[in-house]
Design a protein around this ligand. Structure first.
Ligand code: PAF
Length: 281
């Protein structure tokens, strides 16, 4: 991969890169479309990264659908697929880790300790191998996107980190490779994340600016769904990921909920423009 990418760069081409863990869905394909619109060639990777899973998480049973994935990527127009194995990425004696301090310990990092250390380490390795002009990530994992942008800034990486909109099912559920674990009752219940955030969006549109009240309303809606076990519902500054008490600059309302054995996350981006707050689900 390093050799092919080097050759491509020598031709003056600008590489677009879409890193994934496979089990592809429409959200991944929208990243591919964004990459194809801005770069040539487009390289995608599929690597179920063991170091970002905790000891009791779903690494072993994470859906692996390599044949269907590579066909989808080819049909979508991806030029190269990089699918290393774990020993190539983490050879015996591997000792170097990347940790973005101050952004990795809160929210997802509190529930999934060590998760972001695994993500940033593998993403830096992938970026170093491919050296793309632009790398594309989905905003469903908003904290991950923010951490990777910080890493790219702090380590003077040449790649631009592009965070793309969330892709949703018609009923609002954010696309995720883990949605396949939901049974039909759980699948119905899973729309509660979207509904709770949509409620927040409506109250902001009606002028609500008090973050504590917005957060309380989200929590109340999540609690009202009998199949949902809320883990967190927070309203944070989009840059620092610290809690806010009033809406300001760019903020994120972030939720994590357990439904059956499945953990789901979602978020609402709230941006300030000329004194008005615009929301993106
Ligand atoms: O978002 C994902 O699929 C993964 O965390 C990533 C960025 C491919 C790193 O393994």
């Amino acid at each position: 991969m390093k050799q092919s990418a080097r050759q491509v760069r020598a031709d003056g081409s600008s590489i677009g890169f879409v890193p994934t863990m496979g089990a592809l869905h429409a959200g991944h394909l929208s990243l591919v479309r964004s990459a194809l619109a801005e770069c040539h060639p487009v390289i995608a990777s599929i690597f179920v990264n063991p170091t970002q899973f905790g000891p009791h998480e779903d690494f072993q049973k994470y859906p692996r659908t390599m044949e269907a994935d590579s066909q989808q990527l080819e049909d979508a127009g991806v030029d190269y697929l990089f699918a290393p194995d774990a020993l190539e990425m983490y050879p015996r004696g591997f000792r170097t880790w990347v940790n973005v301090e101050g952004l990795s310990e809160c929210l997802e990092g509190r529930v999934r300790q060590g998760h972001f250390r695994g993500v940033t380490t593998v993403v830096l390795k992938l970026l170093e191998i491919v050296q793309p002009q632009k790398a594309y990530f989905g905003r469903k994992d908003a904290q991950q996107g923010r951490i990777i942008q910080q890493m790219a800034r702090d380590l003077h990486l040449d790649s631009e980190i592009v965070v793309c909109p969330i892709v949703r099912e018609p009923d609002g559920l954010a696309m995720s490779s883990r949605n396949v674990y939901l049974n039909s009752d759980e699948r119905r219940a899973a729309t509660i994340l979207f509904r709770a955030l949509d409620g927040a969006r409506a109250s902001i549109a009606h002028g609500e600016r008090d973050a504590l009240r917005i957060k309380a309303a989200i929590r109340e809606m999540l609690r009202a769904e009998p199949l949902a076990e809320p883990e967190y519902a927070e309203l944070v500054d989009a840059e620092t990921l610290e809690s806010v008490t009033r809406l300001r600059r760019a903020c994120l309302a972030l939720v994590a909920v357990r439904i059956g054995r499945v953990r789901l996350i979602d978020n609402l981006l709230i941006e300030e423009r000329d004194g008005a707050f615009l929301t993106k689900l």
